[in-house]
Write a protein of this length. Sequence first.
Length: 173
Amino acid sequence: MHQRTITILRISLGAVFLWFGLLKLFNVSPVFDVIANAYPGIAQNPITFAALAIGEVLMGIGFFIKRFSRYAAAVAVAHLAIATIGVLRAPGAFLPNFPLLTLVGEFVVKNIVLISASLVVVTAPPSPLPAKVLYTCEVCGLNYLEKSWVEKCEAWCKEHKSCNLEIITHAVK
């Protein structure tokens, strides 16, 4: 069950980062002003803003691909932490009436949730390896990884009413 929830979390994060990156890439992101206030150099330079957008798109794709999801999550944590710190330096995140939030305040809270979710992906244990198929000799009960060895064992056991030391060296627990 745990692996399924991690998969759902990875896909959700991938969709969010892909979506946010595409919004930035097509210059329709509602947080452009938030970014511009926190990091004017990034927002005012079309090349760096496009690089930010492409980075978010790549993070989103990385979350979709299980093999790259830990890397995407680690990059996302760093990216979000940097974005959050920059925004917190700008006044007005939680003003004028805390606990009511401004758009900037919502941006910060959203980033905290995305950081937490990304940390779950980074720290999730790897998927267990698929169980190995074991073949069991029906005469003596020894297990083998290969069907050919169990066939040899069964034939020997039936014919000689004993086990063969050469064959049983291939048995596994």
